[in-house]
Every structure is written in C-alpha cells, then in structure tokens.
Design a protein around this ligand. Structure first.
Ligand code: F6P
Length: 328
C-alpha cells in the first residue's frame, strides 16, 4: 500500500454509485475481513449440523453466516437477508427498505480441511423484498480467501478486483476486467459417470480441442481463475440423478452470472441465460455453463432446451411468497 493506492470506499464513491449501496458493499467487505481472520485461526471444527442442502456444516460456516447477517441486517435500509446456510430468508422490520441481499457465506467450505481456497458470494437486489429473477440484480461480489484475500465486484459498471492489504484496507488491483471471446481452460464440476450424455460429449469436445483442465472444486476460486486468466469455462451440469445440477441459483449463480456478463462473458443453464431464469424456491438449483461466450455458446449447441424451466417475462420485481420467509 502506498500513497497512490485506491481504497474500495474511494473507488465506490468515484464510481458515483448510490451512498446506501456503497455503505452496503463496504459493510460486506468488513464482514469479509472478519471471515478471513476466522479462517486464519485454523478453525476446522465440524458444527455437527447440516444446512438446507444436507451438507455438513463447519463452525466457520455458521460463524461466517452470523457475521454477515448481523452486519447486513443492521443497516436500516436492508429488507431481506437470504443465506445459503438458512432454510428461509430473514425479513427485517426496518422502516425504509431499499435492498435485499443474498449470501453464500462460505462457499466450498468442504475444502477448508485440505487448505484450498474458499469464498463468500453476495448478490444485492434493489427491491424491498427478495426478488425472483436474476435480471433485477443491482450489484454482486465475491470475496476469495486464498493466499491473498481478494474482493471482486460489479455494480453494473464493469468488474473490479481489490486485495486486502496487511493494513486492513481493500486496495484496487485490477479495474475493468474483461474476458476474451474464447479462453483455453475448463473447470468441469460433477462426477463424470453422473454426467448426462450431451454434457459428456461437449466436455470431450473441449478436451480434444486442447483446453487445459483447471478444477479445484471451489466455485469461487475456479470461477475467479477463469475471469482473471481472461476466459475459459466453468460448468456444473444436469446430472443423471439430479437434473437441476448442484449449484444454487440465488446464492451462487445469479451473482456470478452478473459478474461474468459485466466482464463480457456469458452464463447459461445450457440453453437459457442464468439471469433470465425464474427463482421458484429459495434454494433452487440449476445446471450452469459460465465463462467466455464461445465456450458457453458451444455448450448450447450440445443441449436441447430443458422442459422443466420456464422463461418468464416480468415487468416489475415480483415478490417471493410469504412461504419462503421468516421474520427476524
Ligand atoms: O456448492 C459448493 C461447491 O463446493 C462449489 O463451490 C463447487 O463448485 C461444487 O460444490 C463442487 O462440487 P463437486 O465436489 O461435486 O465437484
């Protein structure tokens, strides 16, 4: 860090984005610093509980969720907080709601015991309630806890990366990150024996055209690699036993799809744009192909439109039904 360093707060201000949105992003970045410190404390204890997706929770999964929930819902203009670690979203009683926030507090936490990178993923929506379509997303970011802690965000004006420096500030390292039309790496999620045939054929096509395999099993580091290397493809397909794949639309895919589009890339479920898919339940999953346009479009040439997913045209943000909510 030196006198030319641009701090996250200053960058957000210079971008001219709304003061409340700036404060929200800044607050999340502070939450990221606490989570980064938790991970440094070598806290690998299992919590002895499972999340809604029946995955075993670590103590840090729960602590990261509590940190972000407390910090985000304390802002008096945040309406809903939806977390991948909780079955239902939390609705605050704040009088002037302006944003709702979706959070995957610690994605890929099963990699913590082997010391691989993990991340926090956040989506910010301009509605007073959680909305059900990715297109309404206003800002998204992820925080990657690797050898460095980085924060990558977009508010719809390009994609920018900040590094958490030893002095405790997020400092700008890359602005206006762009993906090439075509990359040369691929990250294929899911067991090959479980892949549906169209996906297997598509991946074989990438292999014989000399794409390099780069897969850690953590969505945030795997996507980050594709973004920072300027292109390529991350995929998590429909599986034979799980046609909706594994990854969650609200907590993982909407935010990353927005970042990807802002960097000039594309994200689909094989045929339909991720941001155009309708969220029918909070923990809904979707197959995903995300990265450079060339690879995502090539994936589409191998897939037929899925019957189960409807493309819904909406004119204003529809509300999530009361059934998916709990009051704080
Ligand atoms: O959703 C959690 C997650 O760990 C993602 O970070 C990652 O992309 C995916 O699951 C890995 O799944 P698999 O172990 O099946 O490749």
């Amino acid at each position: 860090m030196d006198h030319t360093s641009v701090f996250l707060r200053k960058f957000l201000y210079d971008e001219g984005i709304d003061a409340d949105l700036r404060r929200l992003i800044h607050t999340i970045s502070v939450g990221g610093k606490y989570i980064s410190a938790l991970l440094q404390a070598a806290n690998r204890k299992m919590a002895g509980t499972q999340n809604t997706s029946a995955e075993d929770q670590l103590e840090v999964d729960k602590q990261a969720d509590i940190i972000l929930k407390d910090m985000i819902t304390s802002l008096d203009y945040v309406h809903d907080y939806a977390s991948e670690e909780q079955e239902k979203s939390i609705t605050t009683t704040h009088k002037k709601p302006k944003f709702s926030v979706s959070v995957d507090p610690l994605d890929g936490s099963s990699l913590i015991d082997v010391n691989l990178a993990v991340g926090t993923i956040v989506g910010i929506y301009p509605s007073e309630e959680l909305i059900n379509k990715g297109r309404y997303i206003q800002a998204s970011l992820y925080i990657l806890y690797g050898p460095l802690t980085t924060l990558v965000y977009t508010s719809g004006k390009g994609v920018h990366e900040f590094v958490l420096c030893p002095e405790g500030e997020f400092v700008l390292t890359k602005s206006n990150i762009r993906m090439k039309e075509q990359g040369s790496i691929y990250s294929p999620g899911g067991l090959r024996s479980e892949w549906i045939e169209s996906h297997r054929n598509f991946i074989d096509d990438l292999v014989i055209t000399d794409y390099k395999l780069r897969y850690s099993g953590g969505l945030v580091p795997d996507f980050n690699q594709i973004l920072m290397k300027g292109g390529g493809l991350f995929s998590y397909p429909a599986l034979k036993k799980s046609p909706e794949g594994k990854l969650r639309l609200l907590f993982e895919l909407y935010p990353l799809a927005f970042l990807c589009e802002q960097a000039g890339g594309k994200a689909t479920n094989g045929t339909q744009n991720i941001l155009d898919l309708t969220l029918e339940k909070l923990h809904q999953r979707s197959p995903v192909y995300i990265g450079s346009k060339h690879e995502v479009e090539k994936a589409a040439s191998y897939h037929k439109p899925p019957k189960a997913v409807k493309a819904v045209k909406a004119t204003k943000p529809p509300k999530v039904t009361k059934a998916t909510k709990a009051s704080s």
